[in-house]
Each structure stands twice: as structure tokens, then as C-alpha cells.
Design a protein around this ligand. Structure first.
Ligand code: AMP
Ligand code: MG
Length: 407
């Protein structure tokens, strides 16, 4: 069992675990935000035919050689081709087709011209300068070529990905099932929202915060209820949750106090402990264990610390569980706006936000960085890292920050 591991090692110990991923077929309309479990190959090119980008005339460029304002090239109009209409008359020299945006270019044409640049009647069109073959044509496959891989397995379906799927006429796709993650709140002091608050009690906020971040990570959180600081009850509840969840998260009791049961309960249940306590603040008081191939992640009870533990250590594993191709969260380098706090003997994660000023990315830390503080998670879109062993972080210092997921 590893103790006091660096944050990156904690991440690696989790990522080393094999995960079981199930798939399901989901309809196009419901696919946004799901993770593809299959590569999607283009069955058709998009567009699938050469088409006109303008309302105008389609013709053969060679027929316009030598055209000038004094000596325009004159064409007879063969037919009108609106969008959705397949041309019927192949063009011969001296002929042009009236064509509208999105309509197929007829056979025998290699260019189009906007109607504003011509003079026309119902039967004739005049062109006043030579045209270049191949100009003003959107060729088949401009967007997607038949046979190419449009989207790869492990891609999160975004607005753009939906457009690519729909452009193929695909009605459904195979995606990974959202992992079910049960969040159990341990602590004898906890009351659930809606209950009257007895002396010495506090409301359970963790399950709501943690679950919302889990939802933002594309998982399906389950409210696992409150359990008192009693090892048998905690073990029983974790065991039951593991039956119908892909992962279990607990908050509270992950440290070394007399009533901190997370680690001892995991051991008692026969789980393999991956590590206990990670070397960062806040949130390093955590424990990770595996039972029957499923991860039990025990986070601090302190709301701020629990979220940081979840995002810094749990998120890559959770992204793996979801089937993401890229499991590491996005990072960005930011310039510290205001000097921050005390020296950091340990790696310190700071809640704050991105501010762009004069085209530069600054990190502004939020007020209230204490373990138990929830309010500094408001508007927190970045967790910046102050490396271990550094002094007070100074204005202008460049920090690496994790992007915080949110819906
Ligand atoms: P613990 O990690 O159990 O030592 O708890 C640390 C602090 O977090 C204590 O002040 C607890 O009362 C508080 N706490 C524990 N669980 C929760 C929870 N679910 N919601 C809000 N605060 C909590
Ligand atoms: Mg406690």
C-alpha cells in the first residue's frame, strides 16, 4: 500500500486499473455529450455531387475566352436548375444553364458565374470577362470524402460531431453507457436538505456538488444517502452500492482521526488499497481502493477539498471509465494576477477563474481557499497549481491550471 503519494502518482495508480465499459445504441437526437464507442466512416462524400455556391449560370469556361465589355460571350440558356433538381441536359458549347445555390453542376460545365456579374434575359446570358475553369464550383467531398474516418471511437459528441453524423444520414450510433457513480456521504453530523437541523448538525452539501461535477464529466451520479461514522454501516452501504454502480465515491472520514473510517473500512472489506493520502492541498486526505474491479474513491468531507480531490485525482480515471480517448483533463498556462498566500511546501491547488486582459490569459484566485469553503467554487473555472516547495506565489508567475468541467 502506498502512502502520501504525489498527486501524479495517485492519478497513475488509478489509471493503471482496467475498466469495464458497456455500450448502447443511441438515436441521433440524443447523442450530444455521449462518447462514441465506434469509428464512423463516411459512406458518402459531403457534398456528394459538384454543386454551385451561387445563384447564377453554369457553363464551360473555355467558351468565355476573349470575352470583354465590348465583346461579351453570349450563351443560350438550356434549363433552370434549382436546389434539389437533377440537371437533365448536358451542356454543349455556347450554352449555359441557369443554376441556383446548392444545385448540381450539369455535365459539360466547369465553372459558374454569379448572376450579378452577367446581363441576362429568360433565354440568354452575356458574360463580359473570361472565366477560369474550376472556379466557383464546390466539388464533391469538399467537407468529407467517402471512406474517410469521420469520427473516432472515444470522441465526445459535440455540436460539430452531430453535424458530421447527420451529414452522413446516420440515425443512431453506438456509444459507451454512462458510468453510474454512487456518492455516499459519511458523517454522523450530516442532515439531508429538507430535514430540520439538530444542534451540531450540518447539511450534506457534498453529494450535490460532487454529483454535479460528475454529471459535467458525462457520468450518471446516484445519491447514495448519508451514513454515520460507523464502520459496519459504511461497509454495508459501500458493498450495496458496488452491486449496481461502476464506481463508488465516499466523502468524509478519509483522514487519520478516530472516526475516520474510509481507509479502515476499505481494508476491512478486502479491497486492494491503491494509495492512502496524496501529497497536495487541499484534498490530499483521500484514499483509493479497488474491490471486484471497481474503484472506491474516498474523498475528504471538507467540501472544497473533496471537489479538488475529485478533479485532480479522480477525473482522469472517470474520463477513462467514460471511454474518452483523451483521459487527462485540459490544462492551460496562466499568469497569476495577484500574489497568493503563504509558501507551499506541498503542491497547492487554487480555486479561481480565467481572465483575458490585453490578449493574455490571467488566473485570478477566488476568495476563500479553505478546505471547507464552498463559495470559492462559484465561478471557479480553473484549478491552478502552485508547485511544491515554492514560496509565496508572485504576480506574473506562470502556473499550470486544470480546466474545471461544468455544464
Ligand atoms: P471529515 O473529512 O469527515 O473529517 O470532515 C471534514 C469536514 O467536512 C467536517 O467539518 C465535516 O463536518 C464536513 N463535512 C463532512 N461531510 C460533509 C458533507 N457531506 N457536506 C458538507 N460538509 C461535510
Ligand atoms: Mg468526519
Amino acid at each position: 500500500m502506498k502512502n502520501n503519494v504525489p498527486a501524479d502518482m495517485a492519478v497513475e495508480l488509478l489509471l493503471e486499473q482496467d475498466v469495464t465499459k458497456n455500450t448502447e445504441t443511441v438515436q441521433l437526437w440524443e447523442l450530444e455529450g455521449r462518447i462514441l464507442a465506434e469509428d464512423i466512416c463516411a459512406a458518402i462524400s459531403v457534398p456528394s455531387f459538384d454543386r454551385s455556391p451561387y445563384d447564377g449560370y453554369a457553363l464551360m469556361a473555355a467558351d468565355t475566352a476573349g470575352a470583354s465589355p465590348e465583346n461579351p460571350a453570349v450563351f443560350k440558356i438550356t434549363e433552370e436548375i434549382p436546389a434539389g433538381y437533377a440537371p437533365t441536359i448536358p451542356l454543349t458549347p455556347g450554352h449555359a444553364a441557369k443554376i441556383l445555390t446548392g444545385a448540381p453542376i450539369p455535365e459539360g460545365c466547369d465553372t459558374t458565374i454569379k448572376y450579378e456579374e452577367t446581363e441576362f434575359t429568360d433565354t440568354e446570358v452575356k458574360i463580359f470577362s473570361p472565366l477560369k475553369a474550376g472556379s466557383n464550383v464546390v466539388y464533391a467531398g469538399e467537407d468529407i470524402k467517402q471512406g474517410e474516418v469521420v469520427l473516432t471511437a472515444g470522441t465526445r459528441i459535440s455540436a460539430a460531431a452531430l453535424g458530421l453524423l447527420a451529414g452522413q444520414g446516420i440515425t443512431e450510433a453506438v456509444v459507451y453507457k454512462k458510468p453510474r457513480i454512487t456518492v455516499i456521504s459519511t458523517g454522523s453530523e450530516l442532515a439531508e436538505a429538507g430535514q430540520p437541523l439538530k444542534p451540531a448538525q450540518i447539511y450534506n452539501s457534498n453529494v450535490y456538488t460532487i454529483s454535479a461535477y460528475l454529471r459535467a464529466m458525462d457520468t450518471e451520479p446516484v445519491h447514495g444517502g448519508i451514513v454515520p461514522d460507523d464502520p459496519d454501516i459504511i461497509a454495508q452501504r459501500i458493498g450495496a452500492a458496488l452491486e449496481d454502480s461502476d464506481m463508488v465515491i465516499t466523502t468524509g472520514g478519509a483522514s487519520v482521526g478516530d472516526y475516520d473510517w474510509a481507509f479502515r473500512v476499505s481494508q476491512m472489506m478486502g479491497a486492494e488499497i491503491l494509495f492512502w493520502k496524496a501529497d497536495f492541498k487541499p484534498g490530499g486526505a483521500m484514499c483509493a481502493a479497488v474491490l471486484n474491479g471497481k474503484l472506491i474513491l474516498c474523498l475528504s468531507g471538507n467540501p472544497g477539498a473533496a471537489v479538488i480531490g475529485l478533479l485532480r485525482v479522480g477525473m482522469p480515471y472517470i474520463r477513462k471509465l467514460c471511454g474518452h480517448r483523451e483521459v487527462m483533463p485540459e490544462r492551460v498556462n496562466v499568469i497569476l494576477k495577484d500574489s497568493f498566500g503563504k509558501p507551499s511546501p506541498k503542491l497547492r491547488l487554487v480555486r479561481g477563474r480565467l481572465e483575458i486582459e490585453d490578449g493574455k490569459a490571467y488566473f485570478v484566485h477566488n476568495d476563500g481557499q479553505g478546505n471547507g469553503v464552498v463559495s470559492s467554487l462559484m465561478g471557479c473555472d480553473l484549478l491552478a497549481e502552485i508547485p511544491a516547495g515554492t514560496g509565496r506565489a508572485q504576480h506574473g508567475q506562470v502556473l499550470s491550471a486544470i480546466k474545471v468541467p461544468h455544464n
